[in-house]
Design a protein around this ligand. Structure first.
Ligand SMILES: [Zn+2]
Length: 477
């Protein structure tokens, strides 16, 4: 079974340049990137003209500071690290950062690393930097960051008539897109035109005539194989999709392609890339379920009475299923059976890490199964935002060793490390991917601590020991 999430990413949309010292003249300039494309980091530059400055030699002629990562484009959540690299940081005494007007942190040593806390609001946020130099001068700059949806598409009510898109689908799932449930639930052929407005470009197609790439071949056992329309695009309305399930196929192709791209960008690797995974977006013999079968993905039918629909309308489901594929290509075939104790087992790790794939793609609200359950809360028991206090012991005593039940503990453990204030999201993404390749049939949730510790030492100079200790303790290990 599978499940999913919901996240906003942020892109930088504007800059403001300000400020001067009394004698010297410093400008702190936050560079700005727009749009979905590109991969340029935001740059702060501090320039000095130091006219008439009696302290002459102490004044930097020019200092540049670059946001090494974060606050930059599509996968740049505001929650990611900002490493400020200065060509002359010895002249800077400190940099004070503020978020929406509230002083957040003072950075006193080079390299100046600023980590914005997880921001869940959808309104724009303002990040401000105030630099103080050793000669007493100051410079400040402010940058406004607007929330954007995860993924390379964009919501456009005119999607169907806008030639810049190949298809119009749902952002994550119809409920996440609409931000409310459907009453009654969606069924085949329902008119949901107002919600089907996430405009996308299809990437990686091997040919223009089918949804096939080096990663996936998408079809529908109980539908028709999706083909382009007369314009060569795939603009199909869900209201006219009954019996064809083209929209579900487009959802699966697009969101799993995004999954590989987003996770690769965050962690550096995706083990199931290029594996030509066959995906059936609708198999009505599979009720209220979906699965990875060791080679491919099969998505079933949600059977709400009188309102059946494709499981595949929820991207969270196959992002989870491809997570099983990713672990298999990392760790090989592992056992899939219930856990005998609260220590957990490899089957539970497999389920929990698959859930965490959804959190990596939609990390600001990683709810799983909203469409599946026609609920904003998603699947009961699997919401990492509600499982902070869930421990291995409490899960095992209430629900036993079933893999999804114990998997919720592992998903929570991964999530808590990811969002820990002392953890870099990108570093944890790398740690997570690396750990997949080190799992074996003997792995348990309890002994996975040693796996994270070894990666921490090998890759991060041991700086995350406290995070690992705290979170494993929180989960009762
Ligand atoms: Zn699963």
């Amino acid at each position: 079974m599978a499940i999913g999430g919901f996240l906003k990413h942020y892109i930088v949309t504007c800059i403001r340049v300000t400020q001067v010292g009394t004698l010297g003249f410093f400008i702190l300039n936050l560079g700005c990137s727009k749009g979905f494309e590109g991969n340029k980091s935001s740059v702060i530059e501090i320039a000095s003209t130091s006219q008439g400055d009696p302290k002459g030699p102490e004044t930097p002629e020019s200092v540049s500071i670059a946001f090494k990562q974060g606050l930059s484009l599509e996968s740049a959540e505001v929650s990611e690290d900002v490493e400020i690299v200065s060509s002359n940081s010895s002249e800077i005494k400190d940099i004070q950062m503020s978020l929406n007007g509230n002083t957040d942190r003072k950075l006193t040593e080079a390299p100046f690393i600023y980590r914005v806390n997880l921001v869940k609001k959808e309104s724009p946020i303002k990040v401000k930097a105030l630099a103080t130099f050793k000669n007493g001068k100051t410079a400040e700059a402010e940058i406004t960051v607007n929330p954007q949806l995860a993924g390379s598409g964009g919501i456009d009510p005119s999607c169907m008539t806008n030639a810049s898109y190949d298809a119009c689908i749902f952002w994550k799932n119809p409920i996440s897109h609409k931000k409310s449930v459907f009453k009654p639930a969606i069924t085949y052929g329902q008119d949901v035109a107002t919600v089907q407005s996430y405009g996308i470009k299809l990437k990686g197609l091997s040919s223009q005539s089918e949804l096939k790439s080096i990663n996936f071949t998408v079809s529908a056992k109980d539908g028709q194989k999706a083909v382009p329309d007369s314009a060569g695009t795939y603009k199909y309305k869900y209201a006219e999709d009954s019996g064809k399930s083209f929209v579900a196929q487009l959802m699966a192709y697009f969101w799993m392609t995004e999954e590989i791209e987003i996770i690769k960008k965050k962690s550096g690797r995706f083990y199931a890339e290029g594996k030509r995974v066959p995906v059936s977006s609708l198999d009505k013999s599979v009720k209220n379920n979906a699965y990875w079968d060791g080679q491919g993905i099969v998505l079933g039918e949600v059977t709400i009475p009188g309102k059946p629909s494709e499981v595949a309308l929820g991207a969270d489901v196959y992002i989870h299923e491809l997570g099983h594929g990713n672990m298999q290509y990392a760790a090989g075939n592992t056992a899939y059976r219930s856990c005998g104790s609260a220590a957990g087992c490899i089957g539970a790790i497999n389920e929990g890490q698959a859930d965490f794939h959804v959190a990596l793609v939609f990390s600001q609200n990683p709810v799983l199964g909203e469409h599946f359950f026609n609920s904003m809360e998603g699947m009961p028991g699997r919401n990492v935002l509600q499982n902070h206090n869930l421990t291995g012991t409490s899960a095992f005593s209430s629900g036993g060793g079933e893999v999804h039940n114990m998997g919720a503990v592992y998903a929570s453990l991964l999530w808590e490390m990811y969002v820990h204030p002392a953890m870099s999201h990108l570093d944890f993404s790398k740690m997570f991917s690396l750990h997949l390749a080190m799992l074996t049939n003997s792995s348990t949730i309890a002994n996975s601590k040693a796996v994270f510790e070894s990666i921490n030492i090998a890759q991060f100079d041991g700086k995350y020991k406290t995070v690992i200790d705290e979170v494993f303790k929180l989960k009762g290990y």
